[in-house]
Design a protein around this ligand. Structure first.
Ligand code: PLP
Ligand code: COI
Length: 365
């Protein structure tokens, strides 16, 4: 890259995009992460050369040498954010600079080069511009953006690679959980933990998710939608879910979420919810919540609502909790009032239907 952090993108439009009729059929019921747009962004990196060869091109398989470092040592990071259709036909992104900053922090933790935040955000603008017709118009729909980067160097020695590929793809999505916004159930994993102190829990790296899958599979076996991970040291305190942060709402209106100690992902939705709840006059606390207290407070009725939050989940009520010795309901299994109010407020900001005093929303088109 020459001069500043701005990259020039070469635009090579897909010569054979999906037809308008086929696209409309795909967008009628997109699900989550199953269909993709016509294009992708790629940027290469090599030690000594920096970032180069930035392109917007047809989405296509990526040729890879079997000795590419990522296939062996999993040096890979990713992000997830959404572009939204506004009522006036425009397009917004929610806090892309925050994802750019987290991507850089994840890169640092995984001994990877940091893509300049400006290039990260710019790459998403380019992708949205060229694939704008793929953004669902449905009020619950959005275009899920998945920027990621991996070690592409062909080398089997164990050290940070010196070549990387950054890619951004886009997927039109509806609700993450099938069935729309209804309370989900969670399984508290007795055996598996997600991240230990000093580990990679705060980084958004593929390895964290690989390590979570056996626990997620166990959750599904128990009829649950998501797994809850407890802390790896004492196995007492709630960390987060497989792909979402978690909040607790008490009868005195206090809103609590586990603190960022390095073992959980610093969710951008989490941070936004903390601010919105505080502005609504709630007492907000970032403090450890033990599973024992969760059970006890649910039984006494002191705990009124629990919800999951994240880009994919937005804000989703948790209605049922299962663990090896039993199960219990939250709020009778019904969605909580504050949960649904926060969900609506966040969605209204994201889609340009409400004022945006924090400057969270970027207008793309
Ligand atoms: N925790 C995990 C493990 C996640 O995968 C996600 C999703 O990105 C989150 C929390 C929520 O983060 P965000 O709100 O930035 O999407
Ligand atoms: C996201 O919310 O963006 C995630 O990465 C989590 C995953 C459940 C899709």
């Amino acid at each position: 890259m020459s001069g500043g952090d701005k990259l020039d993108f070469e635009i090579r439009p897909n010569p054979a995009p999906v037809s308008a009729a086929d696209r409309a059929a795909l967008l009628a019921n997109p699900g989550f992460g199953r269909i993709f747009t016509d294009h992708m962004v790629t940027i290469r990196y090599a030690d000594g050369k920096g970032w180069y060869d930035a392109r917007v091109e047809a989405r296509a398989p990526i040729p890879m040498d079997p000795a590419a470092a990522v296939l062996h040592y999993a040096q890979e990071i990713f992000e997830g954010l959404k572009a939204y259709r506004t009522a006036d036909g425009g397009v917004t992104m929610f806090r892309p600079e925050a994802n750019a900053a987290r991507f850089a922090a994840s890169a640092q933790r995984m001994a990877m080069p940091a893509l300049p935040p400006e290039a990260f955000v710019d790459s998403l603008h380019r992708l949205i511009e060229i694939d704008r017709e793929w953004i669902p118009t449905d009020p619950d729909g959005s275009l899920y953006l998945r920027p990621f980067m991996f070690a592409s160097e062909v080398f089997l020695g164990v050290r940070p690679a010196n070549e990387y590929l950054y890619v951004a793809i886009a997927s039109p999505v509806g609700s993450y959980f099938s069935g729309g916004v209804k309370p989900v159930s969670v399984w508290v994993s007795p055996d598996y933990t997600r991240a230990a102190p000093g580990g990679t829990g705060a980084a958004k790296c593929g390895g964290n998710y690989a390590a979570s899958l056996v626990a997620q599979a166990e959750a599904i076996e128990h009829g649950c939608d998501q797994v809850v991970f407890l802390d790896a040291v004492e196995r007492r305190f709630v960390d987060e879910l497989g792909g979402m942060n978690v909040f607790f709402v008490y009868d005195d209106g206090t809103v609590v979420t586990p603190p960022l100690t390095g073992t959980i992902l610093p969710g951008i939705t989490r941070e936004s919810v903390l601010m919105l709840a505080a502005e609504a006059g709630k007492r907000v606390e970032e403090r450890p919540v033990s599973f024992a207290d969760w059970q006890e407070d649910a039984a006494s009725g002191r705990l009124r609502e629990v919800f999951a939050c994240g880009t994919a989940a937005v804000i989703t009520p948790i209605g049922q909790v299962k663990f090896p010795d039993g199960e219990f309901l939250i709020g009778g299994g019904e969605p909580g009032r504050l949960t649904m109010a926060l969900r609506q407020q966040l969605a209204d900001i994201q889609r340009g239907n409400a004022p945006d005093p924090h400057g969270w929303v970027t207008r793309v088109l």
